[in-house]
Design a protein around this ligand. Structure first.
Ligand code: AMP
Ligand code: MG
Length: 328
């Protein structure tokens, strides 16, 4: 073969190899995408597989950030902030999104006998669990806060989409369902992009979309309370479902060896003490799983049992103070 022909052949070969390689890299980039973000006061992991995985995951991240500010009680631009400022004086019109979340919350409050209650904010404020120098609130502060809470004082007007607080000083805290709502939206976005395999983990509030790429179910670890992140007491096989855990270990302070945590019992005004270390709820709707995990933590093992009769398709996993695992 002459020298010219050899050079030509080599050039064609190099072109072929580089085109094949770039197609493979593109495909590979499309095939799997993972990212870690910080939002909603927690570390968020997103992983997705399939065509457009990256685009879908980026859209999910953006939506999570938007939900964080839309549902925040601290951001002056949020509807929740405006409600807390003005809804004790007059009915306020809100978006369909906020209206339906509040309506759903009230429904879950009714069904959990008030264990889950988004009007808990005045109480959360006096406990101020996450402050730099937390201290115990006085009995007066607690009874004053208790006089301002109660989901039955949320007056909803379905036709005009307005919210009114029947008691002066009431305010809402959607902290117990915001991550669940974000997880539901994430699952919707992945489905819209036809992603068959994805996992969203919002600090223990998980949505498992489809199965793993090898066809097996996702294995979701349930955090062992007060242990290092990622140390699990149980693995749960999951497919197209949400898994949400509530526990004292997430946010708390300690005084004289006693732990005061962020899940409050709206009946007593104190951090819930129901004899359990963590409450996990598995169900397709993550808002419901999130709300119910908080409720189960407040209610304890006996009272939570009946929730499986009230809500279809939920599974409850309780880790008791004595280390027993109970499932309904
Ligand atoms: P979670 O971690 O989902 O159980 O939600 C706990 C957060 O929801 C707390 O940090 C408070 O902001 C708020 N919260 C506390 N107690 C309750 C309750 N009983 N019902 C509804 N929200 C609550
Ligand atoms: Mg919750």
């Amino acid at each position: 073969m002459c020298k010219k022909k050899v050079i030509k052949l080599a050039a064609v070969l190099v072109l072929f190899v580089s085109v094949t390689l770039s197609i493979w890299i593109c495909k590979n980039n499309n095939a799997h995408y993972e990212c870690t973000e910080y939002a909603m006061n927690t570390v968020i992991h997103i992983s997705a597989s399939g065509k457009n995985a990256q685009r879908a995951a980026e859209e999910v991240t953006e939506e999570i950030r938007k939900i964080d500010s839309r549902m925040s009680a601290h951001s002056k631009k949020s509807e929740i902030y405006q409600l807390n400022l003005r809804a004790s004086k007059e009915p306020l019109k809100v978006s369909d999104e906020v209206f339906s979340l509040i309506k759903k919350s009230v429904y879950i409050s009714e069904k959990t006998n008030g264990a889950f209650d988004i009007t808990v904010k005045p109480l959360a404020d006096v406990w101020n669990i996450t402050s730099e120098n937390p201290s115990l609130p006085s009995d007066e502060q607690i009874s004053d806060a208790l006089s301002k809470i109660g989901f039955r004082n949320i007056i909803l007007d379905e036709k005009n989409k307005t919210v009114f607080f029947a008691r002066e000083g009431m305010s809402l805290d959607l902290g117990a369902i915001t991550k669940g709502y974000a997880a539901d939206r994430a699952a919707e976005i992945f489905k819209k992009h036809n992603i068959k395999s994805a996992l969203v983990d919002l600090g223990g509030n998980i949505y498992a979309v489809g199965k793993k790429t090898d066809g097996s179910k996702w294995k979701i670890g349930i955090q062992a309370p007060f242990k290092k992140r990622g140390e699990y007491f149980k693995l749960y096989p999951a497919e197209d479902t949400s898994i949400v855990t509530s526990g004292a270990y997430e946010r708390y302070f300690e005084i004289n060896g006693k732990i005061y945590h962020h899940i409050l019992d709206p009946k007593t005004g104190y951090p819930a003490q129901s004899g359990i270390q963590s409450a996990t709820v598995v169900c397709k709707n993550s808002v419901l799983a999130d709300a119910l995990s908080t409720a189960v933590y407040v209610l304890g093992k006996e009272e939570s049992k009946s929730l499986t009769d009230i809500f279809d398709g939920i599974h409850i996993i309780i880790l008791t103070d004595s280390g027993e695992i109970i499932e309904y």
